[in-house]
Design a binder for this molecule. Structure first.
Ligand SMILES: NC(=O)c1ccc[n+]([C@@H]2O[C@H](COP(=O)([O-])OP(=O)(O)OC[C@H]3O[C@@H](n4cnc5c(N)ncnc54)[C@H](OP(=O)(O)O)[C@@H]3O)[C@@H](O)[C@H]2O)c1
Length: 219
């Protein structure tokens, strides 16, 4: 995640959602090159128009060198099946697309999504059971390492489920402000300090004007 100095990942009107440097983008592709699958929430996929690709031949070679498939699997989370069928990601067929959804998705939406994605998986009645979803992804699609690229709502669900091992956070020296501008973890959150997810700082690297940090769950 790229975050401003005031903790935002986009502006309040969502018009600005990409603000890291070229180095930060390269870092994102490097991270994708370590993961079997890349996962995003429906709004992020729509707003960024990302196809969740590898980033090019250089990164595909890195993947192969690291013993991974040439292309990462792509996972979209859309509990009500509201993901826009005309999103860019569905137009590029280089690797399988999996949609994780719930019983809240209507039959009509499911039918459409099944035409667009390689698999649409019902992962719960109202809420996605992410622990079960990850176990299924490992068993069915051989996903041992998964990179979640947000947004804030999806991140929150993973934090609350205790499923985040490492956070790669790029701090960009900008201020967006705005009460409704999203942060790296939105949604429901924790209400008690004792429930909060704890992480330890693994590394901090400064490159030009940005701080590249890695926070890890204590072993
Ligand atoms: N700076 C960065 O690094 C960065 C990275 C990523 C995103 N962003 C920005 O963050 C903003 C989007 O964040 P966001 O929090 O609004 O959206 P999001 O998490 O990308 O997507 C929210 C949608 O995803 C589905 N979803 C997420 N969590 C779910 C869960 N636990 N169970 C079921 N469905 C779930 C739901 O789809 P349904 O409505 O279909 O149920 C929900 O409406 C955008 O502005 C984006 O550009 C910034």
């Amino acid at each position: 995640m790229a975050m401003t100095a005031d903790g935002k990942i986009a502006t309040a009107n969502r018009a600005v959602h990409s603000f890291g440097s070229a180095r930060d983008l390269e870092h994102l592709y490097e991270l994708r090159a370590t993961a079997d699958a890349v996962m995003c929430g429906a709004r992020t996929v729509e707003i960024s128009q990302s196809i969740l690709g590898t980033g090019g031949e250089k990164f595909r070679k890195l993947r192969l060198k690291g013993g991974l498939a040439e292309y990462n699997l792509r996972v979209i989370v859309s509990g009500s099946g509201s993901i826009d069928p005309s999103a860019e990601i569905f137009k590029k067929r280089f690797s399988p697309i999996i949609v994780l959804t719930t019983e809240r998705a209507s039959a009509k939406k499911l039918k459409l999504l099944r035409e667009l994605a390689d698999e649409v998986k019902n992962c719960g009645e109202k809420e996605i059971n992410f622990r079960a979803a990850l176990i299924w992804l490992r068993a069915k699609w051989n996903v041992n390492r998964l990179l979640c690229e947000g947004g804030g709502e999806l991140n929150d669900a993973l934090f609350r489920a205790g499923l985040v091992d490492d956070i790669h956070l790029t701090i960009c020296p900008k201020i967006f402000g705005g009460r409704t501008a999203p942060t790296i973890s939105e949604g429901i959150g924790f209400s008690k300090l004792t429930d909060a997810e704890d992480f330890q700082i693994q590394s901090i690297r400064r490159f030009r004007g940005e701080l590249f940090t890695v926070l890890s769950r204590p072993k």
